[in-house]
Ligand binder design. Structure first.
Ligand SMILES: CC(C)(COP(=O)(O)OP(=O)(O)OC[C@H]1O[C@@H](n2cnc3c(N)ncnc32)[C@H](O)[C@@H]1OP(=O)(O)O)[C@@H](O)C(=O)NCCC(=O)NCCS
Length: 126
């Protein structure tokens, strides 16, 4: 799986605006809720740790699954580029969006990445 959320500094110097990208690389693992869950997880991290107030996503017009997923997460279509054949969707993090996001990710726990890797290595070497 690949996920990323980056500051859209190439289009704006506003650090409260972030662009999201998500891919469930293994096709057989798609359609099981992973995409929605990791997107919420990234958004929650962005909002609570980085002060993100607006997310945007650019999706190819033929990628209906992804467009459906972001609309389900309440992103709104803001523009369509015929040249790049892509759509831009965005969501502004107002109090309601923030509260829903925190509610939907309340079961998730933040773990130290280095420690998690070391724990895995210990398990594998046993
Ligand atoms: C787009 C992608 C990340 C979605 O992840 P996923 O784990 O497959 O999606 P989920 O199972 O979490 O489903 C999320 C929503 O997507 C939509 N969706 C998922 N599979 C779908 C399908 N086969 N047909 C139509 N809509 C679909 C639904 O709206 C779904 O919400 P619901 O389950 O509440 O109905 C994944 O399919 C993927 O990696 N695609 C290729 C890479 C890509 O296009 N990335 C997007 C660029 S940012």
């Amino acid at each position: 799986m690949m996920t990323s959320a980056r500051s859209s500094s190439w289009t704006s110097s506003d650090p409260s605006l972030a662009e999201l990208e998500v891919m469930v690389a293994e096709p057989s693992h798609r359609g099981k809720g992973i995409g929605k869950e990791v997107t919420r997880m990234m958004m929650s991290y962005g909002v609570t740790k980085l002060g993100v107030k607006q997310f945007e996503v650019k999706i190819g017009l033929d990628n209906q699954v992804s467009i459906a997923m972001f609309k389900k997460l309440h992103f709104q279509e803001v523009s369509v580029s015929k040249v790049f054949k892509e759509m831009t969707l965005e969501i502004r993090v107002d109090d309601l969006v923030r509260a829903k996001l925190l509610h939907d990710t309340a079961h998730m726990k933040e773990r130290d990445y280095g420690q998690t890797c070391r724990n895995r290595q210990e398990l594998v070497s046993k």
